[in-house]
Design a protein around this ligand. Sequence first.
Ligand SMILES: [Ca+2]
Ligand SMILES: [Ca+2]
Ligand SMILES: [Ca+2]
Ligand SMILES: [Ca+2]
Length: 935
Amino acid sequence: MKGSSAIAVWSQHRKLVAMRLLLLLLVLFGSLDGQAQRLLEYLDRGLLVLKTSEHSNYISWRLLATDDYAQAFNIYRQYDGQKKTKLNKYPLTKGTNFLDDAVDNTRDVHYTVATLVGKKEKEEAFVVVKGTDPVRTYLEIPLRTPAGYVPGDVSVADLDGDGSYEIVVHQTGKAHDNAHNGLTDEPIFQAYKLDGTFLWEINLGKNVREGAHYTQFMLYDLDSDGRAELVCKTADGTRDGKGDIIGQASADWRDTMKNSSFFGRILTGPEYLTVFDGLTGEALSTVDYLPARGDLQSWGDKNANRSDRFLACVAYLDGTHPSVVMTRGYYERTALAAWDFKDKKLVSRWVFDTQQRKHPYSGQGFHNLAVADVDQDGKDEIVFGAMTIDDDGIGLYSTGLGHGDALHVSDLDPDRPGLEIFSIHELKGGRQGVGAALRDAKTGKILYKGAIDQDVPRGVAANIDPKQKGAYMWWLGAESAYDMQGKAVGPAPKSVNFLIWWDADLSRELLNSNRIEKYQQGEIFEAKGALSINGTKNTPNLNADILGDWREELILRSEDNQTLRIYSTTIPTDHRLYTLMQDPQYRLSIAWQNVAYNQPPHTSYYLGTGMDKPVKPNIQLVKPERQQQAKVPKPLYRDPIEDGAADPAVVWHAAKKCWYMLYTNRRAKSAGLSGVSWVHGTAIGIATSKDAVHWQYLDTARFDSPKSTATLWAPDVFYHQGTYHMYLTVVPGVFEHWQHPRSIEHFTSKDLRRWTYQSTLNLSSDKVIDACVLALPQGGFRMWYNNEKDGKSVYYADSDDLYTWTDKGKALATRGEGPKVFAWKEQYWMVVDTWKGLAIYRSTDLLQWNKQPELILDKPGISIDDAVVGGHADVIVEKDRAYIYYFTHPGRTSQNKGKDDYEQRRSSVQLAELHFADGKLSCVRDAALFADLER
Ligand SMILES: [Ca+2]
Ligand SMILES: [Ca+2]
Ligand SMILES: [Ca+2]
Ligand SMILES: [Ca+2]
């Protein structure tokens, strides 16, 4: 989305800024007393623009933890075809938000946010507000809600690796609590990009019961490869995002006997834990769920009311890498199982299991949990209700206060060292005890006891009073709110539910259902037309800082259940904080927010009235080089003359120090061309690029060939000792059908634009096309090409000097064209276009070729012009990364079968990265790609 001028600015100042960033990182993170750095997701600027009226837009963006606190920003507005206008008089160094209150919103408006380092500017984010966009303070995501379903819990993570969040929504049909019998609908997950693009659907199937306590899903980059995974409990019949079934498809483990005392329950059958690829929904690793249900009675009953109480979280148990923790039971026997996801496999890290009800850690769990580094050693503990488990899976302490419904962990009392935990407790049936407690998070020492002998179902602790420093505690039935010393300080808020940072001050507002209130001041916002979820719990689908400045966005479903709305504050503030998502405790509390009875997230530091400037987190971004590289656009390139760029060949122009792309330019735009004459009479187009990411049209190549009116196809360009050699497919004329001879001609050039004819190669037939040349390790050169007369199989020829070629016959029996051979990962690879995707062959001697069963680029992608098969490719290997340049016919979708118009004829060039694992090449075409091939 960056404009071309952004790139120009960046190219000039790349090195300077990179050095400065490195210095900054060293200053920030180099001296933190030996603790390991947590691997955290890379985030972009999160630029958000909301049309607040016909003449005003609210603009908000992220300060990143890697920014200097004094980082200055500039904001630019631009109307179509006009110059940019800087909106701020002085560089912005306060809040990371801006109100443009003098805009003509009937027109399309472009906004750019630029960072300033000294006098050097870098454009970092870009958003267009359309003249046709409605005035409203939310973004809307259309959903594919199944009939009878309601969009429920939402989680966010970066599924495609571009630094912007995607969302996963748990679509819920008919559900039952563990306490009740009855059949339920199948739990469904759907993933979407924030622009509404649908990614995938996972259906957990009939053997997973729907209800608040059964399905906890964690969305997080568990293997720190730059893209998040989804992990949850699965069963026989779970269908992944690619349509594949886990376990036995036909198995039905439900009790379907209407008269049974266990009707609708699932008391037997295998239970699995599965990691799904976040971008495709494909199941990557499935293991038996730990802890197994075993003897149901060991959990406290026979109907799985206690055994099937599940919770989950993500925690940095080693201080650097995230682990996922899945739990079972909390009323009595209690178990937690920690897993690592390494090399695409789930590996058990530890299991904590009280085994029986008398254990001091039994019966302490809540309907939710929290993760925090309570002892400040850099590794996370799991706050499991009234007890806490240390990072190594050993109990840290148990207060014995017993089960409850809500807990809040943060630096609630900023005048006391360390974190505090506020919790409420269930005292059913006249049981005596503590209904509300504040404890030291590290030791479990009780600091305050309240609600003595009261059964407390709801409670909250947070700084809600802008006039006072520190948190207040209150609960349902409390006579007043209490400060951290337990002193009554004022009326208890009526709302005992969620919290949200929404207005201009630092203290937090009260969020209940679709309303936001300010303590002692009343309602300040209502999301009209939107609803909360989880029945009487009235929670948001999600409440998290996912866009714009540090204040939290509110995600709610629309009344008709067909969309999700992402509401943001539009109240400017001067307070500047780095995005809450880069505070590890807050980020992890977004991962666990959806668990059972949802609870609001908290930061690891005190964020409220009278706060200190937060210490920067001890984090290391996954693939931070993305900040220095360009995001690869989709499509990569379209030819501006004929719009038929195909068969790309990418080559480095040593003298000009830039990349050239030469391509067949099919005549897609020329009307009235019958048959296949539009792929004849083609010139070779040329585009150039500094970084091989952003391309500009240059010209067509000039040939001194005697067949100047001929059809030119599929250039292959090979550089050798100061000369470029082109092996070009030439058809002697313009034809409406394919029944004419074709030959491969050899040209040379010094500048990649003017080409001198050398010879027409004597190859195995008079219908040969699509050459590619490689230097042989023992000296000499080899060419592969397609011999159409032999079933379109790949043939080869050898040469000592690139001029004289000896045909060697068949290289491999295949039907395909455009062979491209390259060396990577200590072997040779050949990519062949089979018209159904690209086939991959591998070789160690360039003679014996072994086919890999899997094609690449065979399944449609989701990006612009990429929802069809990929064709005829070139591959560039640069700094051990392999980039594939391929072309698509965007209009040749299955719906358009049989059509042959401009839309089916036009073509686009695309760029993706190849990956090597387990001896195979793969390509995730929808994964965001950041690259910089500037030499
Ligand atoms: Ca993303
Ligand atoms: Ca990952
Ligand atoms: Ca710790
Ligand atoms: Ca925000």
